[in-house]
Design a protein around this ligand. Sequence first.
Ligand SMILES: *Cc1c(COP(=O)(O)O)cnc(C)c1O
Length: 381
Amino acid sequence: MNDQTRLIHSGRDRDPHTGASSLPIYQVSTFDQPDPEHLGAYDYARSDNPTREALEHTIAVLEGGARGLAFASGMAATSSALLLFQTGDHLVVGQDIYGGTYRVLTTVFKRWGLDVTFVDSTDTENVRRAITPATRGLFVESPANPQLQITDLRAMAEIAREHKLLAITDNTFMTPHLQRPLELGFDVVVHSATKFLGGHSDLIAGLAVTREEELGRRLKAIQNSFGAILGPQDSWLVLRGIKTLAVRLDAQQRTADQIARWLQQRPEIRRVLYPGLEGHVGHGIHARQARGGGAVISFELADGPTAVNLLKRVKLPLVAVSLGGVESILSYPATMSHASMPHEERLSRGITDGLVRLSVGLESADDLIADLSSALDGVLA
Ligand SMILES: *Cc1c(COP(=O)(O)O)cnc(C)c1O
């Protein structure tokens, strides 16, 4: 079945009891048991809820995995996946992973006894070199935030296979519409469904998918024990968002590509970072593992005051954290996603005060370019 069709007909797209065109929101905590000695498929909604289950089934189908699980947030999905490890385990982690993942690893899981080495995973050799006899896992993200650095996911999966590591990746920026890490050999994919999957900036949600059933059972046991589940209302909203994922992301990606090329022509822009550009570092690798550059672009202005000035002048995009909504969102890593990183460290990583990130929404490309153009003209006047 074609991808676009699977988004609409996942197999759990209608109510089996009534034929209703969308799966009802089962706003319940418990289920009546006709036979108290043999409980039915549903007993308590932390364990299973039919609406959440429909979403879990859908994301598993889309990622090509055995088991999908829905969590209260992207961080709940990631943290629950990290609970697959145990005290004393060592992980090799990409240095440019999502800030919240960095934080939970370096605070909560550090206290708990997980040992982590952060490496620049854009060079595969760095990952190989960091592996020790205690290494049990690999966690990377491609493209990474905010500079859209590309990691070779096939090479990562290969290293994980050689060393019997659990390979986990955060696929939030690409979604299964553009990139399928499980098919490249990863064991677990996590998502912030808050972003493109939900797609409307109206909820917080997380998802995880395992390639194999056995690992899925282990993660399901963690979900049930730890309890960071997604509620039925938000499960329903994510299911609704997913139906339009392909049309949204295709349009957003087209516009992003157009804006990236336009930004390259503007002399006041120092760098344009977008995986769809032929000159982007890692473009060739990205093109072999994903279908297009996505809808997030970063670009660099001369300095901090110029960037702040631009952020104050744009009219269409929200100036906000987050991404992946139908509305364009301009973010400022220096005071937002990377505010807690020491200044020198941030600069040495290339996250300068002039760097801004644009999540391209569904507005017309011409209107967005006109808005950015007049904001840039104003900054320089
Ligand atoms: C937003 C985000 C997260 C965290 O997701 P929440 O839903 O905010 O908990 C994780 N990874 C990436 C890449 C993100 O953009």
